[in-house]
Write a protein that binds this ligand. Structure first.
Ligand SMILES: Cc1ncc(COP(=O)(O)O)c(C=O)c1O
Length: 383
């Protein structure tokens, strides 16, 4: 694999001793990514795909490809090009309902995409204006069936209610497209039964619209094991989905697709940030913040595990709540939650945040000229 470095470190201490990284650094464990892929491959009863948006880094895509993932959820033409480059020959599902006609045409003609998600009847007209109806083209209708008890909900932006889904499916079938269904229970979904409720709704939609449901995409949402998470283990999710599909569809089960992002990649990467400045007894200023690798902390409520390093030693001692700021000149660059850190934390120490593989490398910005983040391969990182 071209992306693998010549030097790998056994653990974070070894990396710090050798490199003393001064730039924000992602520490990537290939072993932990392969473990996560194996967990989904052995537990999920269907086609495992990967939501590229969670982390489109070349090393992640190359390993997904090498470990046998043959299909990917892509949100844009740019992600399609990435798949062509790093997972050649893979199938792509264009599951972002928001597209332009030009993007649809490129997906179809240049990237060979044959599966498109919509959640509004106007998008069916848009699609039909570019791609003539045919059984070879799958139109997947994204519906919603209530909010999960705990997740980062996408329902205000995406998904059509059950009645609307029935009308769109009826129309899609009449036009001659192959018709299927999908949903997304929300990211970091800590309510496994949200999948059950959506699968039951899929059964009702298929029945009422008269489609033969060949495929049902249960989306992403599978949770990471943040210390703040109350989610059951992934096995509970896989069992819940299996049972709900059997109860709903009996012997005419559709093929299932899952497209996890966070659940697949979070645990494979930790984030090592350095203290640039420490002020008073409650504020630390790091070398990256909400305009970079910590952007998601502003959007999704979660608390990653963390540890503080002074050189290659873990710093302990009396600890209390600190406010964490990023390095930019914007006062918005401040994490909303308080972090418990050793009171003696000082300039040049490091904070290692665990479980940072998803929605971190994907949303970096160069704001204020802070445009450099490094990547190291480290076997044993904080999880
Ligand atoms: C269509 C679609 N599929 C899958 C995902 C991945 O979700 P998660 O990272 O929660 O697994 C997303 C996330 O935005 C999405 O929009």
């Amino acid at each position: 694999m071209g992306r693998a470095p010549s030097r790998r470190y056994a653990n974070t201490a070894e990396l710090i001793a050798a490199e003393e990284p001064d730039n924000p650094s992602f520490l990537f464990s290939e072993r932990l990514l392969v473990n996560a892929i194996d967990t989904f491959k052995s537990g999920f009863d269907g086609l495992l795909t990967y939501a590229v948006k969670a982390n489109p880094s070349p090393h992640i895509l190359e390993i997904m490809h090498r470990e046998g993932l043959t299909a990917y959820d892509v949100a844009s033409n740019t992600e399609m090009a990435l798949i062509n480059q790093y997972a050649p020959g893979a199938t792509m599902h264009y599951n972002n309902p928001i597209k332009s006609r030009r993007e649809i045409a490129r997906a179809y003609e240049e990237f060979g995409v044959r599966s498109f998600t919509i959640d509004h009847v106007a998008q069916l007209d848009q699609l039909a204006a570019v791609i003539p109806p045919s059984e070879d083209v799958e139109v997947t209708v994204r519906f919603k069936a209530g909010k999960a008890l705990k997740s980062y909900d996408f329902g205000t932006k995406f998904g059509v209610m059950e009645d609307g889904a029935i009308s769109i499916c009826t129309l899609t079938k009449a036009m001659g497209y192959s018709t299927s269904l999908c949903f997304h229970v929300g990211s970091q979904c800590e309510d496994a039964y949200a999948y059950e409720r959506h699968i039951a709704a899929a059964g009702r939609i298929a029945l009422a619209s008269g489609i033969e449901l060949g495929r049902l995409n249960v989306g992403g949402g599978f949770p990471a094991t943040y210390p703040s998470s109350s989610a059951p283990p992934l096995d509970v999710y896989f069992d819940t989905i299996r049972t709900a599909v059997a109860d709903t569809f009996g012997s005419t089960k559709p093929q299932l697709i899952a497209e996890p992002g966070r659940g697949l990649v979070t645990g494979s990467t930790s984030l090592l940030l350095r203290v640039k400045h420490q002020r008073g007894e409650q504020s630390v200023y790091l070398n990256d913040g909400v305009y970079g690798s910590l952007m998601e902390a502003m959007i999704v409520e979660f608390m990653p595990p963390l540890r503080v390093w002074r050189g290659d030693r873990i710093l302990t001692g009396e600890s209390w709540g600190f406010t964490i700021f990023g390095p930019t000149c914007d006062s918005y660059d401040m994490l909303p939650q308080s972090f418990i850190l050793p009171e003696s934390i000082a300039e040049d120490d490091y904070i290692e945040f665990g479980l940072m593989g998803a929605y971190t490398q994907a949303s970096l910005t160069p704001f204020n000229g802070f445009d450099r983040r490094d990547l190291y391969w480290v076997d044993d990182i904080l999880v």
